[in-house]
Write a protein that binds this ligand. Sequence first.
Ligand code: NAD
Ligand code: MG
Length: 303
Amino acid sequence: MRKLTVQLPKNPYEILIDKGILPKAGKLIGRVYEGKRAAVITDENVWNLYGQRLQESLDAAGMEYRTIVLPAGEATKQLGVFEYICETMAESGFLRSDLIIAFGGGVIGDVAGFAAATYMRGLPYVQIPTTLLAQVDSAVGGKTAINLKHGKNLLGAFWQPRLVITDPELLLTLPEREFAGGMAEVIKYAAIASPALFKRLEKYGGKSGAASHMEAIIHTCCSIKANIVAQDELDTGARMLLNFGHTFGHALEKSGNYEKYIHGEGVSLGMVMAAKLGEAMGFHDAEIAVRLINLLQSYALPV
Ligand code: NAD
Ligand code: MG
């Protein structure tokens, strides 16, 4: 098992990364949460594929839980769904001393995290990310949010999880496009903070070459993010580095009405645009964009 700590002064927490760790989730949660009641928030795809494994693990740990299964997709990050989660928890008598378990990709992590930040003024939560994007990015750092009609992530809070449990084995069922989208964030980490990771990704040459190294790749990305978040939890300085490619990327996502491009595709194109802009402004030579484009292409990303 690979272990990392997000070193926040008030609420440090661990990220545990291990193939096949999901069946141990109940026991691991018991190490950071003394209660027995939880709301498991998930989406239908994840629940169909892996719900039983999580259930068995929580049962074995003697936990009582109510499962809230939401539709898959970005539309789930909306007020109506958030309200449904909170009303369901209220109906079941959930208290501030209970736990939320966010079991899914970034959509579930964001909406469940926001419910955790706000229900009864905040209760503890654990992230069990199931997409590559969530494992390397969204499950770490405590940004939670839902979308408004006027734009993405406009309603949210910084609220750190108690624990992140990451099982790279779950990535085997991820659709190709989603895997590639997660790789865009991986390549982003390499570009902003790790020449060594960049070279490793070049050497692997694409998904099939990288497949057996995912645990190490996730670990490297999470350690970069954990370091940056520890310096700048509230995103006013160093954390902005994590937005490389995201200004153009978000514009592209929006122009495609969040349907044409998934987030990672926007980030991929956005990083190329940023690199080209940097080149045009004389910040760096042409080799930067060339290497970036080649690497993105080898992981099936648009450039
Ligand atoms: P997602 O949660 O929509 O998941 C993508 C698809 O994969 C869904 O259909 C889901 O059901 C399916 N899926 C999930 N796990 C699976 C598995 N193991 N096998 C098969 N299918 C699986 O999308 P995402 O890319 O994980 O997350 C995108 C969201 O994350 C966006 O809303 C974005 O704003 C947010 N985000 C948040 C942060 C943050 O710091 N909070 C950072 C980056 C992105
Ligand atoms: Mg991103």
